[in-house]
Design a protein around this ligand. Structure first.
Ligand code: F6R
Length: 585
């Protein structure tokens, strides 16, 4: 959600900035812009929509000579996606790009207006820019001006800042990620390392209110005016993992990577289950996440409960504000691919503030959640570029399943199943023609339903989310037994209904519910692990332990969602309105 890249060095920055923006596209955006500076000269170019639109404008412009610049992708929050609201913003001598939300923007804006400042956009970012500019005019010291402004700003921000007449880049952050990249005679800022990995793998993770000042001769970091030294880290991501490697879309590539990432993540743990944190000491487990991460949490909750462990799964945006009774020895498990989801971070901090142990299941090792949680289990998904999560979700489920398993009796049969999942999953993924046939039959429908009970219902939630987010077809998931309390009125001749039936003890109950929709004309697609027939489509996967069954079922739904979206001509890897990393509330 919003992306920042900045460069200062020996080269003209334009190629580096555009390359960086393209690498950050996955975060989601609806407009973009760049600023180039050469002492007193400053050139801003902005555009709405795809980065290719910005690139076209840049190609048609005469660019100034420069060795420094900032670039930004904006995901609209305050004010619609148009060129005026796109970043960079410039007030007085200060030009700014911003990721985050300034919560007291209105109050600050009113104050600045009464001081005679005029605004051209509807954004909170322009307010931050004006505030820095205001203090710069007063103090004539840009570092002091930035610090003063940041002390007054409430909310989250990562700022990249240029000042006319000063050939340096400044950067500072709070609650929105920002790194400083270190090359040879060149320095970068970026929302994440993927934006600059083609140029350097050396970087520094910036912490709250650490102010960077950099030019081609070096950088300094200060907090409250005092210079500090920070560890330089080496990124291990391989630039080629950001390529599609022959696949038409990242989503498909990432689904196909599921067996290998499962192997990489599970192997070391399965060889020594005791390496997992001991959860038996807790009386209650709260599993918190957003979107798919929450749906993974729902599966975890069911499995913990089956093992007699009291567990809840809750959406982070609710959990952070609700009254939580921490009256038992509780563990809060945070699920997040990016580790930067604002609501999940807030939920984590709430637990920490209440002296509750936290365990993060996270993909990005340098993320806020990875760094602030007490314990971490890293999923080895590698970069996930498609906005809709697939392989990271599968790994989140796998880790939660292992944790739930570790709370019960050991059973070599279950371990065998965990070990065999990657190869069984390869077989499931190979059945592409079956999924394409189903997709061809349903892709023109306006409404598609998913029904299942217990753990199967959690699978339905993920299947339905995947379908709606990439294909834009309206879809809902229901507990199968709940349908006849209202929603069944929506079923008409030809409405596709996915029936997920893997839970042995309630198989017949779910079949009855599927019959109810079938007799009202629904086109039924059953995904099951048992011998069921009599429906338009039955996708059967191998029956395995309850701990790993969903790992064979969800990928079927992911692939069908992918094929449906492809048939509908959707922008599969970057669905409209969505951001990969939801860094604002
Ligand atoms: C759906 C999807 C989102 C994320 C959610 C949490 O395909 O990708 O629902 O799962 O925004 O993101 P993370 O896991 O980064 O906290």
């Amino acid at each position: 959600m919003c992306g920042i890249v900045g460069y200062v060095g020996e080269q003209h920055p334009i190629k580096i900035l555009l390359d960086g923006l393209k690498c950050l596209e996955y975060r989601g955006y609806d407009s973009s812009g760049i600023v180039l500076q050469n002492n007193d000269e400053c050139q801003i170019i902005k555009s709405v929509g795809k980065i290719s639109n910005l690139e076209e404008k840049i190609n048609n412009s005469k660019l100034i000579e420069s060795n420094m610049g900032l670039a930004h992708t904006r995901w609209a929050t305050h004010g619609e996606a148009n060129e005026v609201n796109a970043h960079p913003h410039k007030v007085g001598k200060v030009t700014l790009v911003h990721n985050g939300i300034i919560e007291n923007a209105k109050e600050l804006k009113d104050r600045l207006i009464s001081d005679g400042v005029e605004f051209v956009s509807e954004t909170d970012t322009e307010v931050a820019c004006a505030l820095i500019s205001y203090y710069y005019d007063k103090e004539n010291d840009i570092k002091k001006a930035i610090e003063k402004a940041c002390n007054e700003i409430v909310g989250s921000y990562a700022f990249g800042i240029l000042v006319e007449g000063i050939d340096k880049i400044y950067a500072i952050r709070k609650d929105s990620p920002l790194i400083l990249g270190i090359g040879e005679g060149e320095y970068f800022i970026a929302s994440d390392i993927s934006a600059i990995i083609n140029y350097t793998n050396q970087y520094i993770l910036l912490d709250v209110n650490e102010l960077v000042e950099m030019d081609s001769s070096g950088y300094s970091i200060t907090t409250n005016g005092k210079e500090i030294k920070k560890e330089v880290l080496t990124a291990t991501i391989d630039a080629s993992s950001k390529e599609k490697n022959g696949y038409p879309h990242f989503m498909l590539k990432e689904i196909m990577e599921e067996p290998i990432v499962l192997e990489n993540t599970l192997k070391p743990i399965l060889s020594d289950i005791s390496s997992l944190p001991d959860l038996k000491q807790y009386e209650e487990i709260h599993i918190i996440g957003c979107g798919s991460a929450y749906y993974a949490g729902m599966i975890g909750k069911s499995l913990f409960e089956e093992n007699g462990v009291r567990a809840i799964a809750e959406v982070a945006s609710e959990y952070r504000y609700k009254k939580v009774l921490y009256d038992r020895k509780t563990l809060v498990i945070l699920i997040s691919q990016s580790g930067e989801t604002a609501d999940t971070i807030a939920a984590m901090r709430k637990a920490i503030d209440n002296n509750i142990d936290t365990l993060a299941i996270v993909n990005v090792k340098t993320s806020t959640i990875a760094r602030e949680s007490k314990n971490q289990i890293f999923i080895e998904a590698g970069p996930e570029i498609a906005v809709a999560t697939t392989k990271a979700y599968i790994l989140q489920v796998a880790i939660l399943s292992l944790l739930a398993y570790s709370c019960g009796e050991s059973d070599s049969k279950v371990i065998d199943d965990f070990n065999s999942i990657p190869s069984l999953l390869r077989e499931v993924l190979d059945r592409k023609d079956e999924y394409l046939k189903i997709a061809k039959d349903i892709y023109k429908n306006d409404n598609i339903f998913f029904i299942g009970r217990k753990l199967d219902y959690s699978i339905c939630m993920e299947g339905s989310l995947k379908l709606k987010e990439v294909s834009y077809i309206h879809s809902e998931a229901y507990q199968a037994g709940e349908l006849k309390h209202g929603t069944i009125s929506l079923i008409e001749e030809g409405t596709p209904v996915f029936g997920i039936i893997t839970e042995d003890d309630i198989r017949e109950k779910t079949i009855s519910n599927v019959e109810e929709v079938k007799s009202r004309g629904a086109k039924v697609i059953v995904v099951t692990n048992s011998d069921i027939d009599g429906y338009e489509y039955v996708v059967k996967v191998k029956k395995v332990s309850k701990y790993v069954q969903s790992l064979l079922v969800v990928p079927v739904l992911q692939l069908i969602a992918y094929e449906v979206a492809k048939l509908r001509g959707c922008d599969i890897d970057k669905p409209r309105n969505l951001a990969k990393s939801v860094t604002v509330e």
